[in-house]
Design a protein around this ligand. Structure first.
Ligand code: AMP
Length: 120
């Protein structure tokens, strides 16, 4: 598993070195609007802990961090009105998964039908 890069852009957001358009925050979680939204709702949910990927998070996060993370996803989806009609939650992981920012994040995409998963 890759080593955590303290200079990745989400680490800088967590340290307050660069701004974000915040949606939600608690002790373990921060969520903010994606800077290049792909759908009417496109929110990134990140743990405050230094986890490279969902693989890293799943292996090493505490029960409290895991619970807070998924509770935040649910809370945000409900508050944004997309839990009912549905949404897509994606965690791109590693090189083959197309992950660009090496701090675990879940994309929440909704506000319009996102369609079926496609290959490629
Ligand atoms: P991924 O390819 O899964 O690593 O996704 C990274 C996401 O981070 C992309 O959708 C970017 O648009 C988004 N992103 C990059 N920089 C920022 C930023 N400063 N604020 C909000 N979103 C960002």
């Amino acid at each position: 598993m890759a080593e955590y890069d303290e200079n990745n852009i989400f680490a800088k957001i967590l340290r307050g070195e660069i701004p974000c358009d915040k949606v939600y925050e608690d002790e373990h979680v921060l969520a903010f609007h994606d800077i290049a939204p792909l759908r009417p709702v496109h929110i990134l949910v990140i743990p405050k802990g230094a986890y490279v990927s969902i693989d890293d998070f799943g292996a090493s996060a505490s029960p409290e961090e895991s619970k807070a993370f998924f509770a935040a996803v649910s809370k945000i989806a409900n508050e944004k009105g997309i839990a009912g009609p549905g949404f897509r939650a994606i965690a791109n992981t590693g090189d083959d998964g197309g992950q660009e920012v090496p701090h675990f994040h879940m994309h929440i995409l909704g506000g319009t039908p996102v369609g079926a998963m496609v290959s490629g």
